[in-house]
Design a protein around this ligand. Structure first.
Ligand SMILES: [Fe+2]
Length: 577
């Protein structure tokens, strides 16, 4: 038996996973446990929790796999430093720091307070983009496919094309920093008042409200190379070796200003963080998403020339761009995608471990990710004790009663907190830590925002749809089990799905198959029986914080907000009118 602990550390989305005999048994991002969004320090809580859930001790670990390798791409780092002599010292310092980070035994001893003598594992540093690719390819059901990773940067690379076959990932092409589609996206988000790490998804939602007014401005920002691209340096401040990102003392990612004064010259002053969103900002968001998609498809086309297949495995933060993912099935030769649900750097914990299992240890055991429920769960007795502790009145219901009562509440326009089973892996709530509502109830979007989510009014909510009905409601039928594709909603369904129908008549759907989440599937089915609509609105269970992880956080969110109902395990709680 082999036990591999996978880790992403000192990078955004700090996380841990345990892979036993090639099978991930648990995976957790640190942010859900320490409640610091995109935490970028050491994942000590998630390591401890993963081992506890897997029933293992530190002494049981055979291998630790980390999704970073400070010795990777050294020639490019050196080249960069020679071109920027002022950065040389900074780079030497970073390299020394990185080497300290690579001494995993000392780190675990210091951070997890364990005795060095009990640690017997072998350490493996897996290059960032290899770990990303592994996180997608080794969860797919394929033995051969093309692989692509696109992100801000990692180990000096922002994009990698590969040929994936059997237990090997063969890199074919790398785009080195500072050229990066992720950095470009972040820079423009920053300019229109979304400066925080992870705000990119909001701007993707804003884009359809704009027009192509800044076409030439964006065209001038990038140029194509044979099978790659380059950023025009005039539009950006020098990023440095870390692409303008830093980790502060609280373990949060801090993004320095990335855009140059050319932005201000062409577009005017940047929007203040809480300033009014103007037509200019909408048009900039549109221009950004358009140029991003153009180069996304360019890289996919280039990949297809190297690896002519219809299947592509994808990861990296940019692979969370669900709008581009929906279009790539129409605009590139690829017809099937396998995208890691934790496509951002949190996914490296699983990717690095699967890379070691498959490509280094050659365990030869392939695992297919059927669902993303790799997190922690809580028994009814724990939930009941927590409800009692908070002095909340509840009814304990049978499965059938639970489905009937909950679907009736949703049908009547009430907002339901739904906390069930194992937590989802990745940034999307997929029906286990979700807030649920009627997808076509009048003003439901406004109700959700006013009562709980407090999001910008332009941001869409997502539909969870029964798998077998997807093709009837949406114009594309490629499944999207991890909410990573946006498709057009068919005209005849748009009104009935008004709360999940975005301004451009699209929805970022979650395809729900019964074998992947029977309880959630049955809830949607019961709702469909009552309303004729095989869809429930699904948004993450949180209020401007990381998604709730444990019952107390769900209960507090229920009490703090104007949520009507909390369904937690077998317990049904409803606020008095
Ligand atoms: Fe990354």
């Amino acid at each position: 038996m082999s036990v591999i602990l996978g880790i992403n550390t000192y990078h955004a989305g700090s996380s841990a996973s345990v892979v036993i005999d090639g099978v991930p048994v648990v995976a957790l991002p640190e942010e859900r446990l320490n409640r610091v969004k995109y935490y970028a320090g050491f994942p000590k809580l998630s390591i401890a929790k993963c081992l506890e859930i897997a029933g293992l001790k530190f002494s049981d670990i055979d291998a630790v796999a980390v999704g970073r390798d400070s010795s990777a791409n050294l020639h490019k780092k050196l080249e960069f430093a020679l071109r920027h002599p002022t950065k040389l010292l900074n780079m030497a310092r970073m390299r020394t720091k990185s080497k300290t980070f690579d001494d995993m035994k000392s780190l675990i001893v210091a951070e997890c307070e364990v005795d060095h003598s009990i640690l017997r594992f072998q350490s493996y540093n897996v290059e960032h983009h290899l770990a990303h690719t592994a996180s997608a390819y080794f969860i797919s059901e394929w033995d051969k496919c093309a692989g692509i990773t696109i992100d801000g940067s990692g180990d000096f690379v922002s994009c990698m094309l590969s040929d994936c076959e059997g237990d090997e990932i063969r890199p074919l092409k790398k785009i080195f920093v500072p050229h990066s589609l992720g950095t470009l996206y972040t820079a423009v988000c920053q300019f229109i008042g979304y400066p925080k790490y992870g705000d990119e998804g909001k701007v993707m939602g804003l884009a359809p409200l704009g027009s192509d007014r800044y076409h030439d401005f964006f065209e001038d920002m990038l140029r194509k190379t044979a099978d790659g691209f380059e950023l025009n340096p005039d539009y950006f401040l020098p990023f440095g070796v870390n692409q303008g990102m830093e980790i502060n003392d609280a373990g949060e990612m801090v993004v320095h200003r990335l855009y140059s004064d050319l932005f201000i010259k062409a577009l005017g002053q940047p929007r203040e963080k809480h300033g009014e969103i103007t037509q200019r900002d909408e048009d900039v968001a549109f221009g950004l998403q358009r140029i991003f998609e153009r180069y996304y498809m360019h890289m996919l086309d280039a990949l297809h020339k190297h690896v002519p297949t219809e299947r592509v495995a994808m990861a990296g933060g940019c692979a969370l761009n669900s709008v581009a993912n929906g279009k790539l099935l129409l605009e590139t030769p690829f017809r099937e995608t396998c995208i890691q649900p934790a496509a951002g750097d949190d996914g490296l914990a699983v990717g690095a471990a699967l890379y070691v299992s498959n490509s280094i240890l050659k365990e030869g055991k392939r695992w297919v990710m059927k669902d993303a429920y790799l997190g922690n769960e809580f028994s009814d007795s724990i939930v009941k004790a927590e409800l009692d502790r908070y002095k909340i009145s509840y009814q304990e219901l049978s499965r059938e009663q639970l489905l009937e009562t909950t679907s009736e509440e949703i049908k009547n326009g009430n907002v339901v907190g739904w906390f069930q089973g194992r937590m989802e892996w990745g940034p999307r709530a997929l029906g286990n830590r979700s807030i649920l509502a009627h997808p076509g109830f009048p003003n439901m979007k406004e109700i959700l925002n006013a009562r709980i989510k407090h999001r910008e009014p332009f941001r869409p909510f997502a539909p969870s749809v029964l798998q077998e009905r997807q093709g009837e409601l949406f114009e594309q039928d490629h499944p999207s089990p991890f909410m990573l594709h946006v498709y057009k909603i068919k005209p005849e369904w748009r009104e009935r799905l008004s709360a999940v129908n975005h301004v451009d008549d699209t929805g970022r759907l979650q395809t729900v198959a019964r074998d992947e989440n029977p309880l959630y599937y049955d809830l949607i089915k019961t709702f469909e029986t009552k309303t004729g609509i095989p869809v429930i609105l699904n948004t993450s269970f949180n209020e401007n914080e990381p998604i709730v992880c444990q019952p107390s956080e769900a209960i507090e969110c229920f009490l703090r907000t104007k949520m009507d109902v909390l369904v937690i395990g077998s317990f049904f709680c409803k606020k008095d009118d």
